[in-house]
Structures are given as structure tokens and as C-alpha cells.
Design a protein around this ligand. Structure first.
Ligand code: SF4
Length: 276
């Protein structure tokens, strides 16, 4: 029985991605208004062991006998860097498999060099920066009162100086909060000082925690992208819909059930990659 792995999920940016959930639902150091896994039950800043790492490794071994994902991705029911075992499990995957590793993180712990050192062997890190304005950051990400956006910015700087792999920086756009040209100008001032592979503009794809949060129109996303390019940040892309793949994957029903427990997937979305 699989408890910690799910999918492979239809990922709009990673192809076939096997999810690994290192935390218990839902443990996070933020409670984002757009989160697709629902409201944070355990808002915590404390790193800890949530699960037995040996059980997780066993499950990864088992699943890889059945499928060959493009990435093993740490995401799921909360913030993966809260797990003290993330480094050990990444290193184990790199040593025992030939699958690339991705860490999706809200970036709040990246100012801690211990955390950056633990995830340094991942092939790809996707941190999020939705705003450099503390008020807007707090409205969107709703971290604990002691956290602010300067910590995220320091973390991204720390990551970009110490990490040698690819960084896809994600910015989640919400109309009326972080979609103005003035906001993009402030982001650019900061982003010019850090190193990243590309900036990805994201928008709501499923149901968010706060029902009033809606998908941002393509028109607005294109305007923001154009503004970034005009101001000198050229490696910007809008995350598009999941493309249908030619050779559909036979999926284990248990893994698909685990996946659906994390997020609401639409039937047509699943049919793009699975034989179901
Ligand atoms: S989107 Fe990520 S950082 Fe935000 S609440 Fe959900 S799991 Fe936590």
C-alpha cells in the first residue's frame, strides 16, 4: 500500500512527475489563498521528521518498478523543506535511481544554509515569489506573523548564490493583488540581483483555498510577461495547460487515489496522460 508517493501527476511544467509527500496533511509555514490542497491545518515553522524515511524510500523503489517518471517531485500536502529528512531522501534517489529530482518550495526556509545544503543535489528547484511588497505577500501567502517577505528575498539570494542546479522561479498572479505594472517594476528591481533559469507566471488551475481567487486571464498574464521583457527580464514564460501525451500511461489505481486526495483533478486532465 502506498502512503507517501502519488501520481505520476499530470504536471504542466515537469512532464511525468512522481510526487513524494514528506509531510502530514496539511503542514505548512504558510496558508496561501490559492493553495490547491486546502487550508493549512498545522501552521508551523519547526522542521521535523513527519514520516519514516525508510518507508518513503521503499515506496519509491516499488513505484519505479512500474513507471519511469521524468521527475520525482517533492510537493504534496504542505511545505517539503519542513521535513528534516529531505536531504537524505534526495541523496538516496540520486544514488539509487536515474530519475531527476525536483523540489517545489515556498522558499521561506531558503535563508537557512542548512536547508539549501540539504536540497543542493536536486536537479531542479521551484521556489515561489509572488511579491516583494510585504503587505501583498502577507495577503497572498498568509505566513505566520513572525515571517515576512524579506526572509523569502534573502532565501532566494542565498539559493541563487549556493545552488548550482536549475531554478524555475514561480510567481503566482492574482488579479487586483500583484498584477499591476508598478508591482512588476518592483519585482524586476529585485530579480535583477538574483540568478535563476526562468521565471514562470502561474495562475489558478484548480479550486483554491479561498473560493474568491480565480484564474487570471491570459491577457493579463501576457501583459505582465511583456512588462518583464521590456524591463530586461527576458526568460519569462506563462505556464500553459497540460498537453496531451501520445503514449498514455497505465496507472496504478492506488497511486491515482493518493493523487486525487491531494488535489482536485479534472477527468479530462487525467485522460491527457493516463489510460483510464
Ligand atoms: S501553496 Fe504551498 S506554501 Fe502555500 S499553503 Fe499550499 S503548500 Fe503551503
Amino acid at each position: 500500500m502506498f502512503k507517501h508517493v502519488f501520481g505520476p501527476v499530470p504536471s504542466r511544467r515537469l512532464g511525468i512527475s512522481l510526487g513524494v509527500d514528506l509531510v502530514l496533511p496539511k503542514s505548512c509555514n504558510m496558508n496561501c489563498i490559492f493553495c490547491e490542497c486546502g487550508a493549512t491545518k498545522k501552521l508551523t515553522l519547526k522542521r521535523e521528521r513527519f514520516k519514516d524515511p525508510e518507508e518513503i524510500k521503499e515506496e519509491i523503489k516499488e513505484v519505479l518498478k512500474k513507471i519511469k517518471p521524468d521527475y520525482i517531485t517533492f510537493s504534496g500536502s504542505g511545505e517539503p523543506t519542513l521535513s528534516k529528512d529531505i536531504g537524505e531522501i534526495i541523496d538516496w534517489i540520486k544514488e539509487h535511481t536515474d530519475v531527476k529530482v525536483c523540489v517545489i518550495t515556498n522558499g521561506l526556509l531558503l535563508d537557512d544554509s542548512v536547508v539549501v545544503n540539504e536540497i543542493k543535489n536536486a536537479d531542479l528547484i521551484i521556489p515561489t515569489l509572488n511579491s516583494v511588497d510585504n503587505m501583498i505577500f502577507k495577503k497572498i501567502n498568509r505566513p505566520s506573523v513572525s515571517s515576512d517577505v524579506l526572509q523569502i528575498m534573502a532565501g532566494l539570494k542565498n539559493l541563487s548564490e549556493k545552488y548550482l542546479g536549475e531554478i524555475y522561479l514561480e510567481s503566482f498572479i492574482i488579479e487586483g493583488l500583484n498584477d499591476s505594472d508598478e508591482h512588476t517594476e518592483k519585482m524586476v528591481k529585485f530579480l535583477k540581483n538574483i540568478k535563476f533559469t526562468k521565471l514562470q507566471l502561474n495562475s489558478l488551475d484548480r479550486v483554491g483555498t479561498e473560493k474568491w481567487v480565480k484564474a487570471t486571464s491570459q491577457e493579463i498574464l501576457r501583459r505582465i510577461k511583456d512588462k518583464y521583457v521590456e524591463l530586461g527580464i527576458e526568460n519569462v514564460e506563462i505556464i500553459s495547460e497540460m498537453k496531451e501525451i501520445d503514449e498514455k500511461i497505465d496507472i496504478d489505481q492506488e497511486l491515482i487515489k493518493n493523487m486525487k486526495e491531494k488535489r482536485e483533478y479534472k477527468e479530462e486532465e487525467l485522460k491527457k496522460i493516463y489510460n483510464i
